[in-house]
Design a protein around this ligand. Structure first.
Ligand code: URA
Length: 429
């Protein structure tokens, strides 16, 4: 087999065989396929597409490029959820303890921030002492003991995806439905949980720009998971506005804590109810409606909040040492005229938070846990000239001007009222 022939075939829109896909993926992991060859394949796959069979083969080749987590030592129903990426998305911090409070076993591996999107592990690490690296034995013991443990994605799971994703990031080949589906599902299948709920975001802050594209991606991932014997559900959620008000690591933890204590922003709670209901449905087999109700109850009775505190303590974190935002923001974007917030370019807003230090521009960059944005008014809300729209927090004063101009560009104020955004477009169960 020659890589050249495989590339020629893909370029000519012919379907690749299972063996050809395995040859390419395995060769890339062991170094016999070069970066430029894999880049050519990815670009051809992006432009010419991949058949469903090719996508499944790509998923399996990446899944079996590393270890498979064996969760058989965990007693009870294991459940995982994955988001395709968002701005202000702190749902895992709420869902993981809430599902454990309901009785599920949440053995969760999460990622770090990627591009303009935040990552759960960076958020959790803003809690002083919180350990996101644990041995498999510690991980299983904690899940069995308290029902929940959230750690960083092991490099041993789906190493092919790790290598290919880095290349896609650098070659403008991320936004491809089959490549995203195989990337996400290879990791989720290798992580071993019985049930998987996907949060497929769409809009200006997401890889999928329209609900139709997001639905296609969600359907494909569900089929791949179901074929592999997993119980699957997927929600198409709106990322045309940031979720909640807080964007940035420490302040997102604080906002999640507010929701767990019965407060916090309504949109964040409602998206969590939708996702959490689907997760509990996959574990309990009960109706979606009754599972959403049960989810609301563990928030209202404080048991999800208790579970969160238990999880933080078990992983070495100290909430009494969690930082707070200073009373004086480092900068404020004020409404420049009367009107209605009619549009938010959510990716631009995520990038502004990154510029302040909430994310990384290069892999080796460090994160400032306090760097953040607090969005005071979102799409659909009326504003008066001079109202604060976004407060900026950072220790990098020199970045304020750049972040302010990105926010100014990313928020549109119009004269006409607009509807408040839909939160969940579709629930596929
Ligand atoms: N998240 C992933 O893990 N992979 C993708 O391809 C896109 C989002």
């Amino acid at each position: 087999m020659r890589v050249y022939d495989i590339l020629q075939k893909k370029k000519d829109r012919q379907e690749l065989s299972t063996q050809e896909i395995q040859f390419l993926v395995n060769g890339y992991v062991d170094g016999t396929v070069a970066d430029y060859q894999m880049s050519a394949f990815l670009m051809a796959a992006c432009i010419q597409g991949m058949t469903r069979r090719e996508t499944v083969d790509m998923t399996l080749a990446m899944q079996y490029s590393g270890k498979q987590m064996d969760l058989s030592g965990i007693e009870g129903r294991t459940v995982d959820k994955h988001s395709t990426g968002g701005v202000g998305d702190k749902t895992t911090l709420i869902l993981a303890p809430a599902l454990a409070a309901l009785g599920a076993k949440v053995a969760k591996m999460s990622g770090r921030g990627l591009g303009h999107t935040g990552g759960t592990i960076d958020k959790l690490e803003s809690i002083p002492g919180f350990r996101t690296e644990m041995s498999p034995a510690e991980f299983f013991a904690q899940v069995n003991q308290i029902g929940v443990c959230v750690i960083g994605q092991s490099g041993e799971l789906a190493p092919a995806d790790k290598k290919i994703y880095a290349l896609r990031d650098a070659t403008a080949t991320v936004e491809s439905i089959p490549l995203i589906a195989s990337s996400i599902m290879s990791k989720k299948l290798a992580a071993g949980t019985q049930a998987i709920v996907l949060d497929v975001t769409c809009g200006s802050g997401a890889f999928m720009k329209t609900p139709q594209q997001a639905k296609e991606l969600a359907g494909l991932m569900m089929e791949i998971g179901q074929d592999a014997g997993r119980r699957m559900a997927a929600l198409v959620t709106n990322m045309d506005v940031p979720l909640g008000h807080a964007i940035g690591n420490m302040c997102e933890v604080r906002e999640a804590m507010e929701v767990l204590q019965g407060g916090g922003p309504e949109d964040l709670l409602e998206v969590c109810v939708a996702l959490g209901g689907a997760m509990w449905m996959q574990c309990s087999g009960k109706s979606l409606e009754s599972c959403q109700k049960a989810f609301r109850e563990v928030i209202a009775d404080g048991s999800a909040w208790e579970k969160f505190q238990e999880m933080v303590k078990a992983q070495g974190g100290d909430l009494t040492k969690l930082g707070t935002l200073s009373d004086e923001p480092a900068g404020v974007l004020y409404a420049w005229e009367d009107g209605y917030v009619s549009e938010m370019q959510t990716e631009m807003i995520g990038k502004a938070a990154m510029v302040l230090g909430a994310g990384r521009e290069k892999k080796e960059d460090s994160i400032d846990p306090l760097a953040s944005l607090v969005v005071h008014h979102k799409t659909g809300e009326a504003v008066k000239q001079g109202d604060p729209l976004v407060s900026l927090y950072t220790q990098r004063q020199e970045r304020i001007t750049a972040a302010l101009s990105m926010l100014r560009e990313g928020i549109i104020i119009g004269k006409e009222p607009v509807d408040e955004p839909i939160l969940v477009y579709e629930v596929l169960v």
